[in-house]
Design a binder for this molecule. Structure first.
Ligand SMILES: *[C@@H]1O[C@H](CO)[C@@H](O)[C@H](O)[C@H]1NC(C)=O
Ligand SMILES: *[C@@H]1O[C@H](CO)[C@@H](O)[C@H](O)[C@H]1NC(C)=O
Ligand SMILES: *[C@@H]1O[C@H](CO)[C@@H](O)[C@H](O)[C@H]1NC(C)=O
Ligand SMILES: *[C@@H]1O[C@H](CO)[C@@H](O)[C@H](O)[C@H]1NC(C)=O
Ligand SMILES: [Cu+2]
Length: 674
C-alpha cells in the first residue's frame, strides 16, 4: 500500500492591517501586568514564614460587555478602552479570597473571603508539592518496600476527590501511586489499594491507609516512543510538504487574528485554555464586518469513571475547574502537533507565588487544506456544454492540546470562509486502567469488571467525557432569540389532489424562557437556530446561526448520584441562558469538591426570559468510552465536535465569488504502487 507524497500550495490574499500595538480589552494579562498585580497584593498580604498566601487563579477580570462593545464598534478605537483589571483567587490561612486589582490605579478594588462550597483549582505547583510529600512519607515508603517495589521507580500523581455528601470539604486531594519499573507510560501501572490524602493548605499528609491489593499490570507492551519500539513498523506513510509560496494568509496583530473574511481575538486563560472573542465575518454585500461570537471557550470537562470500588469511585473529574484546562495545556511540537505552516503563541500565567511564568507554543494557528471541497457543481444538462466549477476548501484553525494526566485533549477552533465555526475535541493519550488477575475474558470471576481487558492484567475502565463549551453568540448584535424549528410529519388531507400520503414541514417555536431552551438532542428532528429577530434578509427571513451537533451522548448516571449533581450541566446537550457576567463556569466558580449548588443547571432553574435578549448557548460534546484493545498503550485520536453555521445570515452563498486556490504538486508527486 502506498500513500502519496503531496505538496500543497495555498495562495491567499494577505490582509493589510495597522500594526498598532495597543492592549486589547480581552488580551490576557501581560508579564508586566502580572508583576504589578503581585506587587499590589503583596503590599496587603506580605508573604512570610508565618503567613501562607498562594495565588490559585490569576486572570483577566472581564470588562463590562457594554464597554467592550462600544469600544469595539468604534473601529479605530478612538474611545477610551474599558478599565483593565485582574481577578485573583488566593488562598490564605485555609480561606479563599477573591481580589480584584485595577491595573491603571494600581489598587485593590475589592477583596473578600469566599464562604460558599467548593475550592479553587489545584495549581501545578501544589500538586507537585503534594506528590513529593508522599514520596518522602515513611509509611508510604514502607508500603512500597513491603510490596517489593523499588522506590526510585514509583511515581505519585494527584487526583481530586470529588464530593460524596460530606459536610466539610477541606482542600484535600487523593494521590495515586504508579510503578514505572522500566516503563515511561506511568498511567498503565497503577499501584492499587492505597488511600493517601494530602491537605493542600497545610501541605501535610491527612490520611494514609494501605489495603494491600494484588499484582500490577505488566510493563511489557506499554512503550510508545518510536525510538524504543521494535520492527515491524507500519503502516508506512510518505513524507509530506506543506508549502505556501506567498506565506501564511493570516495576520496576527497582538492577539487579533485576521484571515480571509474573519476577524477574531484569541486569548488564553489557565482555566479555559483558548478563548475566542469578538469573532466577526466580513460581508461583501454589506461591505462590513458582522458580529457572530462575542466570546466562546471551553467551560468544563466532566470525566466520570464507572467503577464504584474504593480505588475508583471518586474518579469523577471536572478537569477545567479542578486542574485547569489552560494550566494543563502543553507546548505544541512544530511539524507534528501542528503543520509546518503554523504560527505559535506562548502563554504567560501566574505561578503559585504570583510571579509570571511563560509556557511556549501553547496555541498554534494555521491554514488547513485537507483536500476537501468547499462547493462544486457539474452542469451537464446544457446542450453541447459541460461546466464544472469547484472551490477547494481552506480553513483557519486555532489549536491547543490539554494533557490532564493520562488524557490528551486536542481542542480545535476552525473558521471557514463560508461562515461556519467548527469546534472539535480530539481524545488521545493513555487510558486509565486498573490491575486485575486476568489475561483473558474466560478467567473473569466477578459480575462486572467495569471495563475491558486491554492487556495482560489490565482493565481499561469505562467512563465518559463531557466537554462543555460556553458560546456567547451575538448574531449581528446582542438582541437574539433561540428558535427550535421542529420538523413535523403532515398527512395530506383526503381532499388534496395528490397520490402522496405524507410530507414534512417545519414548525417554528421561539424559546421564551430558559426551560424552553433545554435540549436533549436526538429526541426529535429539529433545527436549533440563534436568530436576531430585529434583522431580516431581503427575503424576510430572520438572520441566524444554526447549531449543528455532532454525535450525541448524555449522562447515564443516576440524577441523585453525587458526581451527577455536581455535573448537572450535562443533563441537557444544549442550554440557553441570558447573559450574566458571573455565569461562566458550568460547574461553578469553585469546582473542586463542589456540591452542585452553582452549576448551569441551578442558574437555568430560575427560568429567566431569553427572548430578544443577550443570550449564551452552552453545548456539550459527549463521549461514552468503552475502552478497547486499540486504545492500548496509547489511543488513536477520537474526535467529535459541532458546527455553528450561518442560516439566512447572508443573502446568498458567501463563498460564491471566492477564487479557487491554486494547488500544485511537486515533480515527484506521482502516486506509485509498491
Ligand atoms: C531501583 O531503580 C533504580 C533507578 O531506576 C536503579 O538504579 C536501582 O538499581 C534499582 N534498585 C534495585 C534494588 O533494583
Ligand atoms: C521490574 O522489572 C524487573 C526487570 O525487568 C522485573 O524482573 C520485575 O519483575 C519487575 N517488577 C515488577 C513488580 O513488575
Ligand atoms: C513482551 O511482549 C512481546 C510482544 O508484545 C513479546 O514478544 C515478549 O515475549 C514479551 N516479553 C515478556 C518478558 O513478556
Ligand atoms: C448573575 O448570576 C449570579 C450567579 O448565578 C446571580 O447571583 C446574579 O443574581 C445574576 N445577576 C443577574 C442580574 O441576574
Ligand atoms: Cu476516554
Amino acid at each position: 500500500m502506498a500513500l502519496f507524497h503531496f505538496t500543497i500550495f495555498i495562495i491567499s490574499s494577505i490582509f493589510v492591517t495597522s500594526s498598532s500595538s495597543f492592549i486589547h480589552p480581552f488580551d490576557p494579562l501581560t508579564e508586566p501586568e502580572l508583576r504589578l498585580v503581585h506587587n499590589v497584593i503583596n503590599k496587603r498580604y506580605p508573604v512570610g514564614p508565618k503567613h501562607r498566601f498562594t495565588y490559585e487563579y490569576v486572570g483577566l477580570n472581564e470588562p463590562d460587555k457594554s464597554l467592550v462593545l462600544s469600544w469595539h464598534s468604534s473601529r479605530h478605537h478612538n474611545i477610551k478602552p474599558p478599565p483593565r483589571q485582574a481577578f485573583v483567587i488566593a488562598r490564605e490561612n485555609g480561606k479563599t479570597r477573591e481580589i480584584v486589582v485595577d491595573l491603571f490605579s494600581r489598587a485593590i478594588l475589592s477583596d473578600k473571603i469566599y464562604v460558599g462550597n467548593g475550592n479553587p483549582m489545584l495549581t501545578t505547583e501544589e500538586q507537585q508539592a503534594a506528590t513529593a510529600l508522599v514520596l518522602k512519607f515513611k509509611p508510604f515508603r514502607d508500603s512500597m518496600m513491603r510490596r517489593g517495589l523499588n522506590m526510585s521507580e514509583v511515581v505519585v500523581t494527584s487526583s481530586t476527590m470529588g464530593w460524596f455528601g460530606e459536610a466539610k470539604t477541606e482542600r484535600l486531594i487523593k494521590t495515586i501511586p504508579f510503578y514505572l519499573n522500566g516503563s515511561v507510560n506511568t498511567y498503565l501501572r497503577p499501584i492499587e489499594g492505597m488511600t493517601i490524602l494530602v491537605d493542600l493548605d497545610k501541605m501535610k499528609i491527612a490520611k494514609f491507609k494501605d489495603r494491600y491489593k494484588g499484582p500490577l499490570p505488566k510493563a511489557n507492551g506499554t512503550e510508545y516512543r518510536i525510538s524504543n519500539l521494535k520492527p515491524p513498523f507500519g503502516p508506512s506513510l510518505r513524507d509530506a510538504i506543506v508549502f505556501q509560496p506567498d506565506g501564511p494568509g493570516f495576520k496576527i496583530d497582538g492577539h487579533v487574528v485576521r484571515w480571509a473574511n474573519w476577524e477574531f481575538h484569541i486569548s488564553f486563560d489557565v482555566r479555559a485554555g483558548v478563548i475566542i472573542s469578538l469573532a466577526s465575518i466580513f460581508d461583501i454585500d454589506m461591505n462590513k464586518y458582522r458580529q457572530i461570537l462575542y466570546k466562546g471557550h471551553l467551560s468544563e470537562m466532566f470525566v466520570p469513571y464507572m467503577d464504584p470500588s474504593d480505588d475508583w469511585y471518586f474518579i469523577t473529574y471536572l478537569d477545567c475547574g479542578e486542574f485547569g484546562c489552560g494550566q494543563a495545556a502543553v507546548s505544541l511540537e512544530p511539524y507534528t502537533d501542528c503543520p509546518a505552516n503554523a504560527v505559535f503563541m506562548d502563554s504567560i500565567t501566574a505561578g503559585l507565588d504570583g510571579t509570571p511564568t511563560k509556557k511556549s507554543n501553547v496555541i498554534c494557528i494555521f491554514e488547513k487544506y485537507a483536500g476537501d471541497i468547499m462547493w462544486r457543481h457539474t452542469e451537464s444538462e446544457v446542450p453541447g456544454l459541460e461546466i464544472t466549477e469547484v472551490r477547494p476548501d481552506v480553513s483557519l484553525v486555532a489549536r491547543t492540546v490539554t494533557t490532564v494526566g493520562n488524557y490528551d485533549y486536542i481542542v480545535d477552533y476552525e473558521f471557514k470562509p463560508s461562515g461556519s465555526i467548527k469546534i472539535e475535541v480530539g481524545l488521545t493519550g493513555v487510558l486509565e486502567v486498573k490491575p486485575v488477575e486476568y489475561v483473558h475474558t474466560s478467567e473473569i470471576k466477578e459480575d462486572d469488571i467495569h471495563g475491558t481487558i486491554v492487556a495482560d492484567y489490565t482493565v481499561g475502565v469505562n467512563h465518559d467525557h463531557f466537554v462543555t463549551f460556553r458560546l456567547d453568540l451575538d448574531i449581528d448584535g446582542t438582541d437574539n432569540s433561540f428558535i427550535r424549528n421542529e420538523l413535523v410529519t403532515k398527512k395530506t388531507p383526503k381532499s388534496a389532489n395528490t397520490p402522496r400520503k405524507s410530507y414534512w414541514t417545519t414548525s417554528k417555536k421561539t424559546a421564551r424562557t430558559e426551560a424552553d431552551a433545554r435540549v436533549k438532542l436526538g429526541q426529535r428532528p429539529e433545527e436549533l437556530v440563534v436568530v436576531n429577530p430585529n434583522r431580516k434578509t431581503k427575503h424576510g427571513n430572520e438572520i441566524g446561526y444554526r447549531l449543528l451537533s455532532g454525535p450525541v451522548a448524555g449522562p447515564l448516571l443516576d440524577q441523585n448520584d453525587y458526581p451527577q449533581i455536581r455535573a448537572a450541566f450535562t443533563n441537557y446537550n444544549v442550554w440557553i441562558t441570558p447573559y450574566n457576567k458571573s455565569e461562566v463556569w458550568a460547574s461553578g466558580l469553585y469546582a473542586d469538591r463542589s456540591q452542585g449548588d452553582d452549576t448551569l443547571n441551578v442558574w437555568s432553574q430560575r427560568n429567566r426570559e431569553i427572548e430578544k435578549k443577550d443570550i449564551v448557548m452552552w453545548y456539550t460534546v459527549g463521549f461514552h468510552h468503552v475502552p478497547c484493545q486499540e486504545d492500548f498503550p496509547t489511543m488513536p485520536t477520537l474526535a467529535r465536535g459541532f458546527e455553528l453555521r450561518p442560516t439566512n445570515f447572508f443573502e446568498q452563498n458567501p463563498v460564491l465569488k471566492t477564487k479557487p486556490i491554486k494547488l500544485a504538486k511537486s515533480p515527484k508527486c506521482t502516486p506509485k504502487n509498491d
